[in-house]
Write a protein that binds this ligand. Structure first.
Ligand code: ADP
Length: 279
């Protein structure tokens, strides 16, 4: 939302070769990425924020992923680069007034990356932007039963199913569509309810996966409108909100089913495959 509010561009790229299932500390990774991405957005007034994940190496037991968070923001003066990871150091206080924050984010980030036996690197140029990179190794689970596709990968198939994903968060769309494409579905994407309504009117879909809270038109409203003209088109709510009130509201607005995110791939598959028709 902040990126949209500041009219910045988001350049998101995730290496297809990264295995779908890895074992690691997702809380710590979220904290690291949150710190870096919120700084990138905070210190950038025009241009773009880049987030990249690349597979650096892989062997039988682990995969190393290189993460990059870059921006085209205010940059950091070379003489201050050495200090930004120190607690309570804020580069802006040397230049102009402070932009809000604790000065602890990068100190914590550096420590969290060190706990993964790795190091964070920073490259920056004043008025051009900043790039942070680090690599973390994750364990590849050996017990293939952990994999949602373990029993028979070829059975998990939504071949040719036309799916519309509606979400204002590009990351959510990216993750859901990565799974759906793996299951051979055709995936279209809409960033808000209004766009979804228009798309449903111009193409035949087998199922719509609908976020609830979105700008322009939310998922409840969009579903109500879609159901007026396409009463048989299944709409599955996908939301982080697991409250029963929300579930009831979704159903009373005509939604057929409900999935909470972050979703479990096997459950996601299970719910969507119910609407799969062999063509
Ligand atoms: P803060 O809470 O101030 O953001 P951090 O430890 O996260 O604390 O960052 C320390 C300082 O490093 C920031 O105050 C800012 O001066 C500088 N900094 C961090 N990330 C960036 C960035 N992407 N672009 C420019 N300056 C940055």
């Amino acid at each position: 939302p902040k990126i949209i509010e500041k009219r910045l561009e988001l350049d998101l790229s995730i290496d297809e070769d990264i295995p779908n299932l890895i074992l690691g500390d997702q809380m710590r990774l979220s904290q690291i990425l949150n710190n870096l991405i919120s700084n990138a957005v905070k210190f950038t007034h025009k241009g773009k924020i880049t987030f990249r994940m690349e597979k650096e190496s892989q062997d039988a037991s682990q995969v190393t992923i290189k993460f990059t968070v870059a921006d085209t923001g205010i940059g950091i003066a070379e003489k201050n680069l050495g200090m930004i990871f120190d607690p309570f150091m804020q580069e802006t206080q040397f230049i102009n007034s402070h932009t809000g924050g604790t000065g602890l984010g990068l100190a914590i980030t550096k420590r969290l990356i060190a706990l993964h036996k790795s190091t964070i690197h920073v490259y920056s140029q004043l008025d051009k932007g900043t790039r942070f990179t680090f690599s973390i190794s994750y364990i590849l689970p050996q017990d293939t039963d952990l994999s949602p596709t373990a029993n028979d990968a070829s059975m998990l198939n939504l071949h040719g199913m036309n799916v519309l994903i509606v979400d204002d968060n590009k990351m959510n769309i990216f993750i859901a569509s990565k799974f759906l494409k793996k299951w051979l579905a055709n995936v279209d994407e809409a960033l808000d309810g209004q766009i979804a309504v228009n798309m449903v009117n111009s193409k035949k879909y087998d199922v719509v996966i609908m976020d609830l809270q979105m700008p322009v038109m939310d998922g409840f409203e969009a579903t109500k409108i879609i159901k007026q003209t396409h009463p048989d088109l299944p709409v599955i709510a996908l939301t982080a909100d697991a409250m029963p009130e929300t579930y009831n509201k979704a159903l009373s607005n005509g939604m057929d089913d409900y999935l909470t995110k972050p979703f479990v791939p096997a459950k996601f598959f299970d719910k969507i495959s119910r609407y799969y028709k062999v063509k």
